[in-house]
Design a protein around this ligand. Structure first.
Ligand SMILES: [Zn+2]
Ligand SMILES: [Zn+2]
Length: 181
């Protein structure tokens, strides 16, 4: 959904969206729709007597179900994710050359929108990714995968587990198996 200043000129836009699965990162998958409720509005930012900058303020809540891969065993872990944001977007390029003067830490978080407009999905995707914990585990004591054979060690041990093999013997074993085949 593209939000443009023109669209908001007369009145704010109420958002009540059910977004189909977006592309996140390879380890994050959206399950079902993502509900987004909020409002987009235009804010006129007066800069000097003549210059008026058209900012888009986007406030919304989002909520949806996800599957995030366990950082150790890469099994999908169901996660319900919800949150809210209140962001201000300025036309891209408007702050160029002004350095950091116009952006203070105390201000609302500031982003930029392209000439064509602000893509709601892009904003929501970023917010969802920001709200995820840095690392997801299927359980605290997940045993992960065997680094040698890839066996999921939560489901059972593998043959390589107890054998601590000297790397030099690996090279020999490789050679032997290549000669056999
Ligand atoms: Zn795991
Ligand atoms: Zn193994």
């Amino acid at each position: 959904m593209l939000i443009t200043p023109l669209l908001l000129e007369k009145e704010p836009l109420e958002l009540d969206e059910k977004l189909p699965a977006l592309d996140y990162t390879p380890d994050v998958r959206q399950v079902g729709v993502l509900a987004v409720n909020g409002r987009a509005e235009l804010l006129a930012e007066h800069r000097g007597p003549r210059e008026i900058v058209q900012d888009i303020r986007l406030r919304a809540k989002y909520s949806g179900d996800f599957e995030v891969l366990c950082a150790r065993c890469v099994d999908p872990v169901p996660q319900h994710i919800e949150g809210e944001f209140d962001l201000l977007f300025r036309p891209t390029g408007i702050d160029a050359g002004q350095g950091e003067r116009s952006i203070s830490e105390a201000e609302t978080e500031i982003g930029y929108y392209e000439k064509s407009g602000l893509v709601l999905e892009d904003v929501v995707r970023e917010q969802v990714l920001l709200s995820l914990p840095g690392r997801t585990l299927c359980r605290e004591d997940c045993k992960g995968l065997c680094p040698r054979c890839g066996q999921n060690l939560n489901q059972g041990s593998c043959d390589c587990e107890d054998r601590t093999v000297d790397p030099r013997w690996n090279a020999l074993a490789d050679l032997a198996s290549r000669m056999k085949s």
